[in-house]
Design a protein around this ligand. Structure first.
Ligand code: TMP
Length: 201
């Protein structure tokens, strides 16, 4: 299984991935945790540049895709080949939501680059943790470039994710996290995974 986790800033992805990993370990499911941008040596170097330097939106897009090409080929594909599950914090949908819906780069161009960078591999399931952006931003202690862009930008990102989720109902699971504690979010994800596995048997 290739599972990706998406959301606006401060939505609780990292906590969920940690909790889910613990549950999978108990169940004996071999898996890796990884992230974008990053997840391999060179991609982590690219991450530092993207998150810290000001740049043209097109440069930013190419760097995300470059990091993805590195990460996919060096980390994701080998793990899947070994039969491991891959839990990935952000993937191609983030590029559509941030660089496309929020920054305004045309979506068809991003889709093309996404396909090239990820070798046309689509996640089996994508969880979008939906949280009002004001709550998420209030949680950021050391805001990165994107968090500093504020509520208007983050709302565009959120609307983008919701639009993608509407278009890709089979792959997307939207979880409204504002009234759930981390354990409840993890339970929902596990239930969705079980149901997906039953259906695909
Ligand atoms: P993170 O804070 O969840 O680790 O993500 C890093 C930042 O990168 C976050 O602000 C979202 C942004 N991002 C994009 O803008 N486009 C992308 O394709 C990816 C993967 C992340």
């Amino acid at each position: 299984m290739f599972i990706t986790f998406e959301g606006t800033e401060g939505c609780g992805k990292s906590t969920l991935i940690r909790n889910l990993s613990t549950r999978l370990q108990t169940l004996g499911v071999a898996h890796i945790i990884t992230r974008e941008p990053g997840g391999s040596r060179t991609a982590e170097e690219i991450r530092k540049i993207i998150l810290n330097e000001e740049m043209d939106p097109l440069t930013e897009l190419f760097l995300y895709e470059a990091a993805r090409a590195e990460h996919f080929r060096n980390t994701v594909a080998p793990a899947l080949k070994q039969g491991k599950w891959v839990l990935c914090d952000r993937f191609t949908d983030s590029t559509l939501a941030y660089q496309g819906y929020a920054r305004g780069i045309p979506l068809p161009m991003i889709r093309t680059l996404n396909r090239i960078a990820s070798n046309r591999k689509s996640p089996d399931l994508t969880f979008f943790l939906d949280l009002p952006v004001e709550i998420g931003l209030a949680r950021a202690s050391d805001p990165n470039r994107f968090e500093r862009e504020g509520v208007v930008f983050q709302n565009k990102v959120r609307k983008g994710f919701l639009e993608i989720a509407r278009k890709e109902k089979k792959r997307f699971r939207v979880i409204r996290v504002s009234e759930l504690d981390p354990e409840q979010v993890c339970e929902k994800v596990i239930r969705a995974l079980k149901s997906h596995l039953r259906k695909s048997l």
